[in-house]
Design a protein around this ligand. Structure first.
Ligand code: NDP
Length: 482
């Protein structure tokens, strides 16, 4: 059976809360057959899905743009990343999740041991609107590659992108529907958390993550949480300032700053801070905002975020920050023009809270050590970056940052690497998507031991000989007692 892709102008069906149970039940019905295809069968299907997405990528780009207002290039980048991660999961699942032998250790040498990764069953994926294709495709394809079926709840702002993904996969799988979609607002997401899924993969704000975890608690449904961020860049005295400024402006402003691992704060060492700020301001001032073909970034997708951005900027300026480029007046709904703030108090919301707009805070510090301290001070811990000509010291600085991913002399590099685990600490969440860790998130690990022969000493029996335990203790003392 072939499912037609919904036309772009068709209204998305707001299936709402009551459909979650039905979708989970349909996904559960398909799961055994999907698992039965094995890694090789699923790999074939997922590769074909990837190819179909790329063949029809113009359609997907138009759909993403219509729902989010991002530029064509931002939407294209999203599609490229989605395909890259989907293909990686398809190809690498067998190696990451396949049967592997494990040593039984000296004391149990008479056993053979293998570890397998079995699918959990049905995985619920709740996605955000800012990357409505790329973000869900990560956990969806990882869960599918491991033999699970999936129910996706896209953001209420981007339901048709979610439906398009399910419809294209259905074109490949035919009657076997392994990806189901429930649309609607947060109540549909909460219903999915309570609908008996075997795991939730949530991506969204940290505030919603807390509600998701509360809903999951009733059935002890496990969850992987990809929450918000307040990513920092550290610019050392020896940094290539041109490269750092170029990267900072892109990471802060791409997709209108609506990126979970977007750059929101820079800590530049005193000796180079002024020059860095000049370079950033010059580059940011040249950016074009709008929905025309030459725009560098588009509108703010979530209307209520405009007020959050304006409030943070107003508050920072009122508290003594310098508006080096733009200011509260840059917020002209539905757009926000680039804003660069300097010398912002560290306890201002523009430094502590997610801004999710094209706003960059640049603060000066006396040393890299102080930069690390400030970068680590907040509740979030998602991504970060370090610019220095000494890559070795850059890696050392990176290791001291409380963040899930750190790029040295680049920004957001990890997102384009499908083998690299992605996820945060603290308010940014827990668990990992992408890479082997991301594949294992949607499986249960099972150890199978099988006794090859009966050993001379048998401590695990009430019929053991009187000398067995002393002999065992002697053996362990000989092995580990010195
Ligand atoms: P939200 O937290 O508002 O929503 C995320 C998803 O959760 C949406 O599908 C939403 O539905 C749904 N939802 C809302 N309420 C509930 C509930 N009570 N139970 C279950 N689900 C619910 O995030 P946004 O969509 O606004 O996305 C932006 C946020 O996502 C930012 O904070 C950003 O940093 C973060 N993010 C994190 C990423 C990461 O990998 N760590 C990547 C991308 C974004 P609805 O939209 O219909 O309300």
């Amino acid at each position: 059976m072939t499912t037609a892709t919904p036309p772009h102008d068709a209204p998305a069906s707001p299936s709402g809360a009551h459909d979650a149970a039905r979708a989970v039940s349909a996904a559960r019905t398909a799961q055994a057959a999907w698992d039965g295809l094995g890694f090789a069968g699923r790999r074939k299907v997922l590769k074909a899905w990837c190819a179909l997405i790329l063949q029809r990528s113009d359609e997907l780009v138009d759909l993403i743009r219509a729902e989010t207002g991002k530029t064509a290039d931002d939407a294209r980048l999203e599609v490229v990343l989605a395909a890259h991660h989907l293909r990686w999961n398809a190809v690498h699942a067998a190696r990451a999740l396949g049967r592997r032998r494990v040593s039984p250790g000296l004391l149990m040498f008479n056993h053979a041991v293998e570890v397998i990764h079995r699918p959990l069953g049905v995985v619920g994926v709740i996605g955000p609107w800012n990357y409505p294709a790329f973000i869900p495709v990560g956990p969806v394809s990882a869960a599918l590659a491991g033999g699970n079926t999936v129910v996706l709840k896209p953001s209420e702002l981007t339901p048709r992108t979610g439906e398009w993904l399910a419809a294209t996969l259905a074109e490949v799988t035919g009657r076997l529907r392994v990806l189901h979609v429930v649309t609607g607002d947060g109540t549909a997401g909460e219903a999915l958390c309570r609908a008996g899924v075997d795991k939730i993969a949530f991506t969204g704000s940290s505030a919603t993550a807390r509600r998701v975890l509360a809903a999951c608690a009733d059935r002890m449904t496990p969850a992987v949480i990809e929450g918000g961020g307040k990513d920092a860049m550290i610019v050392a005295a020896d940094a290539d300032l041109d490269a750092a400024a170029d990267a900072a402006v892109w990471a802060a402003m791409t997709n209108a700053g609506q990126t979970c691992v977007g750059l929101e704060r820079v800590y530049a060492v005193d000796t180079v801070a002024d020059r860095f700020l000049d370079l950033v301001t010059e580059r940011a001032a040249a950016l074009r905002v709008g929905d025309g073909p030459d725009a560098d970034f588009g509108r703010i997708t979530l209307p209520r975020q405009l007020e959050v951005i304006a409030d943070q900027v107003r508050d920072a300026v009122a508290r003594g920050a310098r508006a080096v480029l733009g200011g509260p007046q840059s917020v002209t709904p539905p757009y926000v023009a680039p804003i660069v703030l300097a010398d912002v108090p560290e306890d201002a919301a523009a430094v502590t809270e997610e801004t999710f707009g094209p706003v960059l805070v640049v603060n000066r510090v006396s040393s890299v050590a102080e930069a690390v301290e400030r970068a680590n001070a907040g509740g979030y811990g998602l991504g970060a970056s370090v610019f220095t000509r000494d890559r070795g010291s850059g890696r050392g600085v990176a290791a001291g940052l409380r963040a899930g991913m750190v790029s040295v002399n680049a920004v957001i590099a990890f997102a384009g690497m499908p083998a690299v685990p992605f996820g945060g600490v603290g308010d940014s969440g827990f668990g990992r998507v992408h890479g082997p860790d991301g594949l294992r998130e949607f499986t249960r690990t099972q150890a199978i031991t099988s006794q090859r022969f009966r050993p001379p000493l048998q401590p695990a029996s009430f019929r053991r000989r009187p000398g067995t335990m002393p002999a065992l203790v002697r053996l362990v003392r000989t092995l580990y007692g010195r």
